[in-house]
Design a protein around this ligand. Structure first.
Ligand SMILES: Cc1cc2nc3c(=O)[nH]c(=O)nc-3n(C[C@H](O)[C@H](O)[C@H](O)COP(=O)(O)OP(=O)(O)OC[C@H]3O[C@@H](n4cnc5c(N)ncnc54)[C@H](O)[C@@H]3O)c2cc1C
Length: 424
């Protein structure tokens, strides 16, 4: 089977690796334009990785399971840092609480979440694509497609076309594939939250932090600063607040061009917020800062139509509060791989996509809903509400620590798929 995959981000690239391992032909098309990136860089070094956004990503047990099946887990573990717990506190570091993020009873290598730079993860996936013979074309922005009973044809902005048996929309939260498939009004909504993602070399700057992952929250002021150690030497951070989107923030996540100005501005800002000084210095000494705008895709009831299907953020882009967006995209990948393996006959493809939808739609809607609920407790408009939310969040975390509240990372896509197939 030939899959035209639009979007060579983390999820599109993962799908290409997973399906090509089973003998399918996968070709990636991404709108990212290397020439444009070189021009924008204005003489500065250009990173050819479109996953390089200065930020990090946490991959939890449910997502690591798929990376293990794809054969890239060890590289990911080597490039990142495990963080069995996260520490949450008030903005100034008081009232700390450690929350368990490991899954008891899981295989040792996937039991703990991994914190990793997006750029490194993307490089691992693109290298795996390369060694599996997956071609990736850049400068290919999808503008339209047509489909018949047994084939798809995609058109790109530069006038070129691609043909395949399936079109996979892995083109992110503002997916063109989704809008072309189900209607132009299926837009992701701006949440009111904007963020800044940064990265700092701890060793080079003589900095240190106590815990791999720390959340600093000011509910009343609606501000959050999170520090993620991604290796022995490197720390990634995320600052979020309610504000108007930054004019330099694009949905392709480009870094600020004037780093000294922005690092100084943001360091002064978080210092005023009351962040402990050692973390303020991490922001000040950043080597890359990217402004981002946080979106939420309203739940869409269908992920497939005919020979076109959506995966990752294109299907279920959500608020990042649970740190589950990528892991859910990886679950999509694992599910599709298993389904195409289990039902290889062309006459069974409708069954594959039906089972994909039956398992993935409820699962992803559930986590998107929980992420919205979680986001609602991070902020409050009154001092009373802020204290109440602080109390509710602590209760929730204590429930997780005690094993009473199930965490999304305990999900195993293989069990869910086996149950759905049994029901056939
Ligand atoms: C601030 C923040 C923090 C997050 N932290 C975490 C975390 O810790 N853990 C976690 O699991 N998730 C996290 N997420 C979510 C996670 O980043 C996403 O779920 C994940 O990146 C989705 O990957 P994707 O490949 O589906 O989409 P993307 O990474 O958005 O990739 C889409 C690709 O499609 C391309 N594209 C777009 N339009 C077109 C077009 N018309 N034609 C061709 N190509 C196109 C783009 O260039 C891009 O390369 C976070 C999200 C945010 C915003």
């Amino acid at each position: 089977m030939k899959f035209v995959i639009v979007g060579a981000g983390l999820v599109g690239a993962s799908l290409a690796v997973a399906l090509s391992a089973d003998g399918h032909e996968c070709v990636l098309y991404d709108r990212f334009d290397l020439v444009e990136a070189a021009l924008q860089a204005n003489g500065r070094p250009v990173t050819v990785s479109f996953g390089d956004v200065g930020g990090h990503v946490m991959i939890q047990t449910n997502g690591l399971r798929i990376l293990k099946r794809m054969g890239v887990l060890q590289q990911v573990l080597d490039a990142g840092l495990i963080s069995p717990t996260v520490c949450t506190s008030k903005m100034d570091g008081t009232k700390p609480l450690r929350v368990n993020m490991f899954v008891e009873g899981e295989d040792e290598d996937i039991k703990n979440p991994v914190q990793i730079l997006r750029s490194l993860l993307h490089n691992i996936l693109m290298r795996a694509c390369d060694s599996s013979g997956v071609r990736c074309f850049t400068g290919k922005k999808l503008v339209s497609f047509t489909q018949s009973a047994d084939a798809v044809e995609c058109k790109f902005e530069d006038g070129s076309v691609a043909h395949g048996d399936f079109l996979v929309g892995a083109d992110g939260v503002h997916s063109a594939t989704r809008k072309l498939l189900f209607g132009p009004d299926l837009n992701a909504e701006f949440t009111g939250v904007v963020g800044y993602l940064g990265c700092v070399d701890l060793k080079m700057n003589y900095l240190d932090v106590d815990h791999p992952t720390t959340f600093h929250v000011d509910r009343l002021a609606k501000r959050e600063v999170v520090m993620f150690r991604v290796s022995q030497d490197k720390l990634a951070w995320r600052v979020t607040e309610y504000a108007e989107p930054d004019k330099e923030a694009t949905d392709s996540w480009r870094a600020y061009s004037n780093l000294p100005k922005e690092s100084e501005r943001l360091a002064n800002m978080v210092e005023q917020w009351g962040l402990p000084q050692k973390y303020v210095e991490c922001v000040r000494k950043s080597n890359r800062i990217t402004p981002v705008t946080i979106y939420d895709l309203p739940d869409i009831p269908k992920f497939c139509e005919g020979r076109v299907f959506l995966i990752g953020d294109a299907a279920h882009g959500m608020r990042p509060n649970f740190g589950q967006g990528l892991s859910l995209g990886l679950e999509d990948v694992g599910t599709l791989r298993e389904l195409f393996k289990k039902f290889p006959a062309p006459t069974d493809y409708a069954k594959v996509l039906d089972l994909y939808e039956k398992t993935r739609v409820p699962r992803t809607h559930n986590i998107a809903g929980r992420s919205r609920g979680m986001a609602a407790t991070v902020y409050s408009d009154s001092a009373f509400g802020a204290n109440l939310n602080h109390f509710k969040t602590r209760l929730f975390y204590l429930g997780i620590n005690a094993g009473i509240v199930p965490h999304p990372n305990m999900y195993n896509y293989e069990d869910s798929l086996a149950a759905a197939v049994k029901e056939l």
